[in-house]
Design a protein around this ligand. Structure first.
Ligand code: GLA
Length: 406
């Protein structure tokens, strides 16, 4: 008996000592779909199966989207008598494993949500005090991804709580992509890289683009521009890289509230800043324009670029904000974003300009001896060379997104 106890004590100690997040995951920002932005807690088995089917039939899977993630609301309101989480009996009558199996049968990966606190943000049972039990359940069901939220966490500290869940996931022996969701409140970029693969750097997104006016007295989602204003700074970008990314939240592309140009700008900004590309729209009712944006290979390639450098702001000229991103093979991407509510025009003279990445040391200086071809990534064709100025005309909230080809 004593020997057995010792054996388990040593086993536990070593598994905790050497616990780590799963390796070789999210080497580029993860891509997928999450139920929350459109469906909230109104999710069910058929919806998730439909989403997995649409991944395949529309080419989303081929474009790189991989994870189908169930957000809050998949559980029953109570645990069972042994403390196990239960699938919601009406929404998931055949259990979670049946859904995971279906998603896997399409060659995709499956994700779940829970929370570090006593209850999830929508009031379902949280993992506090049940971390190892819950992790084992997710592994048994075949989950590949866990988004872990931060509601109802009185007196817990973020780093410790996320480390506990990381260790619990590791102890299952199944590789989980671990998505940290504490909304940026305790600067996760400073501590989360050894714990999770992505961490939310800001509060919840809403389908708003511009300077959405917040009511200071109530919780409100952030707009695309509000999130952007918090993300490209050096103190955030310098901590991102292969296997550990700033997460600007699930996309609102295709949701009511954003027009075509806003959708294009939003998608490109997430790509330029290496945020996970987690779709948040109703794929069953997506327009052709939305699908074209979401499967634009040139824009996705900026996000999935092997160099893995989060872009940064080069300058602002009038209403036009200019983001740049160094890419593999010495290429660069540039996004000219019209932030204003009115059309904007700009003549951008490349000659004599230098893009300099002070953090990661990449640099490009444009001159007569260093001329690049310019490809417009939403137009899908070359529009000139850096040897002469580029005339840019942008509608309200529109972007010109280009790759400077070698
Ligand atoms: C928080 C998260 C959201 C979503 C909801 C679910 O607000 O930040 O992304 O998961 O909880 O209740």
């Amino acid at each position: 008996m004593k020997k057995l106890f010792l054996f388990f004590a040593v086993l536990l100690a070593t598994s905790v000592l050497f616990a780590q997040k799963a390796e070789n995951l999210a080497l580029t920002p993860p891509m997928g779909w999450n139920s929350w932005n459109t469906f909230g807690v109104e999710i069910n088995e058929q919806l998730i199966k439909d989403i997995a089917d649409i991944f395949v039939s529309t080419g989303l899977k081929e474009a790189g989207y991989e994870y189908v993630v169930l957000d809050d609301g998949w559980m029953d309101m109570q645990r069972d008598a042994h403390g196990n989480l239960l699938p919601h009996p009406v929404k998931f009558p055949n259990g979670i494993k049946a859904v995971a199996d279906y998603v896997h049968s399409k060659g995709l990966k499956f994700g779940l949500y829970n929370c570090a606190g006593s209850k999830t943000c929508a009031g379902y049972p949280g993992s506090r005090g049940h971390e190892y039990q819950d992790a084992a359940k997710y592994a048994e069901w075949g989950a590949d991804f866990l988004k872990y939220d931060w509601c109802n966490t009185e007196k817990l500290t973020t780093e410790g709580a996320y480390m506990t869940m990381r260790d619990a996931l590791y102890a299952t022996g199944r590789p989980f992509l671990f998505s940290i969701c504490e909304w940026g409140g305790t600067s996760p970029w400073l501590w989360a890289a050894p714990i999770g693969h992505i961490w939310r750097s800001t509060g919840d997104i809403g389908p708003h683009f511009g300077d959405f006016k917040k009511n200071p007295n109530s919780w409100n989602p952030m707009s695309v521009l509000e999130i952007i204003d918090k993300n490209p700074q050096n103190e955030v970008r310098k901590y991102a890289g292969a296997g550990h990314w700033n997460d600007m939240d699930m996309l609102e592309v295709g949701n009511e509230g954003l027009d075509l140009y806003e959708n294009q700008s939003h998608f490109a900004l997430w790509a330029m800043l290496n945020s996970p590309l987690m779709l948040g729209n109703d794929l069953r009712e997506m327009t052709k324009e939305t699908l074209a944006i979401l499967t634009n290979k040139d824009i996705i390639s900026l996000n999935q670029d092997k160099l893995g450098i989060q872009g940064f702001i080069y300058a602002q000229e009038g209403a036009v904000q200019i983001f740049v991103k160094p890419l593999a093979n010495g290429e660069w991407a540039v996004q000219f974003l019209n932030r204003s509510e009115n059309p904007a025009e700009l003549t951008f003279d490349w000659n004599g300009k230098t893009f300099k990445d002070e953090i990661f040391g990449y640099e490009i200086a444009f001159s007569k001896d260093n001329v690049r071809k310019i490809k417009d990534l939403y137009l899908g064709k070359e529009i000139g060379k850096t040897s002469s100025p580029t005339k840019i005309k942008l509608a309200k909230h529109q972007s010109l997104v280009v790759r400077l080809l070698k």
